[in-house]
Design a protein around this ligand. Structure first.
Ligand code: 5GP
Ligand code: ZN
Length: 109
């Protein structure tokens, strides 16, 4: 979709810190991270909500999300996925948040 921020990021029209790219999936760092390593994992296919994404793409998105969580080194993390304005979705292109929770003993966050 032409006006979509995340579609522009996929095309390289808006810069991002890319973490992963395949034929169907793209992942990058969140511009306003809630913690160090806060990442966004998205389908390249534009869809607004989870229900707009074909099943065959969801499995790869979850797999990439899992691998990015592992690569972050965090033992604890949140995976979040908002659908619709009332549910706090700000960008209308489906995305999964991977938000590492810093180890308590490190005294961060
Ligand atoms: P939502 O509230 O829609 O679930 O989350 C949207 C996320 O996208 C937010 O965490 C926000 O910081 C991130 N975001 C919005 N615009 C950009 C951008 O241009 N670049 C990057 N890397 N992240 C963005
Ligand atoms: Zn889009």
């Amino acid at each position: 979709m032409a006006a979509c921020i995340f579609c522009k990021i996929i095309k390289g029209e808006i810069p991002s810190f890319k973490l992963f790219e395949s034929e169907k999936v793209f992942a990058f760092l969140d511009i306003q991270p809630l913690s160090h390593g806060h990442s966004l994992i998205i389908p390249k296919h534009h869809g607004e909500k989870l229900t707009d994404i074909p099943d065959d793409q969801l499995s790869e998105i979850l797999s990439v999300t899992k691998r990015i969580a592992a690569a972050s080194g965090a033992t604890d993390y949140n995976i979040l996925q908002n659908n619709g304005r009332i549910a706090h979705q700000e960008v209308g292109h489906v995305h999964f948040h991977m938000i590492p929770k810093p180890n308590a003993e490190e005294g961060l966050g």
